[in-house]
Design a protein around this ligand. Sequence first.
Ligand SMILES: Nc1ncnc2c1ncn2[C@@H]1O[C@H](COP(=O)(O)OP(=O)(O)OP(=O)(O)O)[C@@H](O)[C@H]1O
Ligand SMILES: [Mg+2]
Length: 310
Amino acid sequence: MKQPRLGRGLRDLGAPCFLPDSARAPARVPAPSPRAAPPPSIVCVTSGKGGTGKSVITSNLAVHLASAGKRVIAVDADMGLANLHLLLGIHPARSVMEVIENGRTLHEVAESGPAGVRLAAGGSGKPEMADLHPGRLRRLVAAMDESGDEADVVLVDTGAGIGRATTCFLYALGVIVVVTTPDVTAMTDGYAVIKNVVRNNRGASLLLVVNRAASAVEGIEVFMRMDRICQKFLGRSLLYLGHVLEDRRVAASVAARSPVLLDQPASPAAACLRGVGRSLMLNMAERAVALPAGEPENGRAARERGSGCA
Ligand SMILES: Nc1ncnc2c1ncn2[C@@H]1O[C@H](COP(=O)(O)OP(=O)(O)OP(=O)(O)O)[C@@H](O)[C@H]1O
Ligand SMILES: [Mg+2]
């Protein structure tokens, strides 16, 4: 005989019911695993053209978020040409290679940096890393997901373009920050990256930073041009995280191996970077509220579809 269904509200209230005991058995709730820390927010910083300022922005966002009390691990995923450690003034003894090869966790390989930032360094000048089969990068993506015990935010600094070592991260992660400059070639290449992300990682949030802008107005104009093109040809909107002014103190801070937020906190670029950091934190908070529990944050849906590191 078909049993009448007990409404959710009744079950929640524990109302008496006429169903047989078997039908009244409480729903089986899986026991929480001992390692049930929620995955961290994973944010991937990328660009189409090289040299747009990804690493400068990643290092300063890391400092901003860490200063705001977040546990931050920055991951240098510019495989083979890593330099985030230079911008953070760290001399790393370990690298993400130990995550990929030896199954270490991000926390185990991460080195301490300024403002409490931790860095999982990449390898610099190492062709064996640049040539890694993307399938082996899968382990690095998994380690990011598993780092919730040690990190609230994982910031991933990628190489430029749409090579396989970079698209592995672009197609597997859920939040992609594209860094462009007002330069038309940077915008064109940035659009190419966005197009590939939209095609291969449909659920990803796409955020834009306009670096080396001459003014706030120029930043907004660049954003509006790119957003209009994305809407027209891809049916997707971008979110604007903000602009960073062209500022010679950025180059000086790079030379000093200290993020401009710490080296020149009163500079125009530092003020802009704090604004970009605030926008990112707001975006992360909004996503945390908007996503119901169990929703595929961090691009897990794309990974389950087999996108990402093939
Ligand atoms: N807002 C800025 N104002 C002035 N100079 C800047 C600014 N942002 C970045 N730069 C300069 O651009 C250089 C390159 O920046 P960065 O290394 O972050 O680029 P990238 O996108 O990570 O490059 P790559 O593609 O090689 O990884 C910096 O060393 C700095 O001198
Ligand atoms: Mg870089």
